[in-house]
Write a protein that binds this ligand. Structure first.
Ligand SMILES: [Zn+2]
Length: 213
């Protein structure tokens, strides 16, 4: 058996804390249990705070980097007026409309609609070609139910089913002027700024989607 002193010395060398239990008669059970509980609580607090601090730091760093990246890349582009909600995107049949205020930019290149209402007007079909490994998050193609026109692909973005928009399937117009309608062709040619998606609205969208189904 190790002597009490030897144990204490080892513990000091390892910078550890030890709970030395004496003969049962030396301590009353209540004291030992209280000490055990305190040590366990301390240990749990230590583990929790270290992990959470690290996690928060990493999340913050990522958010800052993402925002910096966004500013960096958007400053290279021409700045467009922030009036998306003045516009509509239309299916070529003219009967399927998307309020451009609900369109979001995902990963700088993809345009998607975050409006749970559109799910009532569309239908899904299996992907025409099998996705490559890289595109495994592609789920299906989506079509306007009314005219059977293909409008895009449903993607899983952060595990949320999001309808991405095919730029060649849409035209756009001002809500106030339904006489003048133009083909989109290239998203970059839209006359308004499409905001980047943010996690808060993606979460709200997912909640609304779950409520709907
Ligand atoms: Zn249509």
């Amino acid at each position: 058996m190790f002597s009490h002193l030897l144990l204490k010395g080892r513990a000091r060398k390892l910078k550890a804390r030890i709970l030395v239990l004496g003969k049962p008669s030396d301590y009353d059970r209540e004291t030992v249990n209280t000490a055990r509980i305190r040590y366990m609580e301390e240990a749990i607090e230590m583990i929790k705070s270290e992990n959470i601090e690290k996690e928060i730091k990493s999340i913050q760093e990522n958010m800052v980097a993402e925002e910096e990246l966004r500013l960096l890349t958007s400053s290279q582009k021409e700045q467009k007026p922030d009036v998306a909600s003045d516009y509509l995107l239309l299916c070529k049949c003219g009967h399927f409309k998307i309020d451009c205020g609900t369109v979001r930019l995902i990963e700088q290149v993809n345009y998607a609609v975050l409006d749970v209402e559109i799910w009532d007007k569309i239908e899904e079909k299996p992907l025409a070609k099998k996705p490559s490994v890289k595109d495994l998050i592609m789920q299906s193609e989506w079509y306007h139910t009314g005219c059977k026109q293909k409008l895009g692909t449903i993607f899983l973005y952060k595990n949320v089913r999001v309808p991405y928009l095919a730029q060649t399937s849409f035209s756009f117009q001002l809500k106030s002027d339904d006489k003048r309608r133009e083909l989109v062709n290239k998203w970059k040619k839209l006359p308004f700024q499409v905001p980047a998606i943010n996690m808060k609205e993606l979460l709200e969208y997912q909640k609304a989607l779950m409520k709907k189904n």
